[in-house]
Design a protein around this ligand. Sequence first.
Ligand code: ATP
Ligand code: F6P
Length: 448
Amino acid sequence: MPVYTVSNVQNLRICVVMVGLPARGKSFISQKIVRYLSWLSIKSKSFNVGNYRRQTGPPQPNAEFFDAKNKEAYKIRQQAVTKAVEDMMNWFVAEQGVVAILDATNSTRERRDWILRLCRENGIEPMFLESWCDDQELVLRNITDVKQTSPDYVGVDPEVAKRDFLERIAKYEEVYEPLDDNIDRDLTFVRLINVAQQVIINKIETYLESRVVFYVMNLHIKPRCIWLSRHGESVYNIEKKIGGDSSLSPRGLQYAKKLPDLVRQSAGDADLTVWTSTLIRTQETAQFLPYKQLQWKALDELDAGVCDGMTYEEIEEKYPEDFKARDEDKYEYRYRGGESYRDVVIRLEPIIMELERQENILIITHQAVLRCIYAYFMNVPQEESPWMSIPLHTLIRLEPRAYGTKVTRIKADIPAVSTYKEKGTSRVGEALTEATKSRHVLTNPSND
Ligand code: ATP
Ligand code: F6P
């Protein structure tokens, strides 16, 4: 069954053209947009011109290389962006791509006009996204955070790297032409000023463009953590039944009692807010936590429809075809009268948006919902996410970093049944396949 998304109904292809000086978070923003859209099943990819430049040019160029008057270097840089754009255009066709991001400084109007023309010739909507920032402290922090460890400075003394990077920025400043409300009034663009202190938008016309704008408006870069936990072991978990609204088992209650200590060990005195579902087992799990609590219907477990309250064995016996179909495509399979993982992702979108806006949050929810939230943060492909192992009585700490998320799992050391069902069986019990291992993706791109 084909799955229609807004993008393929509108038959739209967008190229998000990043604009801005070095160390303004362009790669950070690009990667986040790709992760968000991919999670929503919108085919997206970022093309980082710095990576192309490293393939064709010197592996560790100094600031002089980025001087616009340096003719030889300019040629190499032009070759890199041409190759990136070429790959991007091929990707739209070969992979039916929907949103490409051209992650480069694109700092001159001449360069942007060239991209604009290529996009128009290829039937692609260009959308310019500029990150403008005059907070010098923040720029210095960004350099220390990611630039000193970039492939451009491997083996270079950090102080030397920092000085060189500042010189690189100065070279770009000589030719930088920010987007202009007047000169660029016919373009579709977004300007983020000092992260999102001020946001200027111009000619945003399609739904997909407005989703991207809304998403980037909600991003912040304050350090914070997100903790995830399933509810404590429930009566239904022990009975191997799915769904329902049962209470915690005695061991589940023990976990609830231990949770405040586990959280304190990980969060210290930091203030946080607890989000639960509307189901009894998550609220009982949160009952001893000394923090503000909010209930979200969107965090309720995947609705198993007519199978709610049954064991997997009973489902296999009563609905053998459904049981098989779910194993074959667990992400898409929708329970009769219930939901699929795809449905859960769609209803979680506002939760993700709010999570981006918030600071420290602890989410107590359910196996399928937690898999979907975890998949967003850890960039887990959708065919893998429904099969991930998220055991009971384990607190997961997610710490967003510049180009990825650091994950720590804290076990409560309170026994619980396993509710994990492997493909091809109706028995529950833990299985440690590749997909069950925690993922930790950190890369370090650099533009132009
Ligand atoms: P370059 O052009 O050298 O590749 P860049 O603009 O792509 O630089 P990033 O590599 O993305 O910069 O910089 C990452 C850092 O930017 C992170 O430390 C992140 O916290 C910070 N950052 C993210 N968003 C913004 C923003 N809107 N303004 C300034 N800094 C930001
Ligand atoms: O077994 C616990 C549970 O939360 C059920 O209520 C729910 O149906 C199931 O996990 C979701 O996991 P899966 O998608 O692997 O069946």
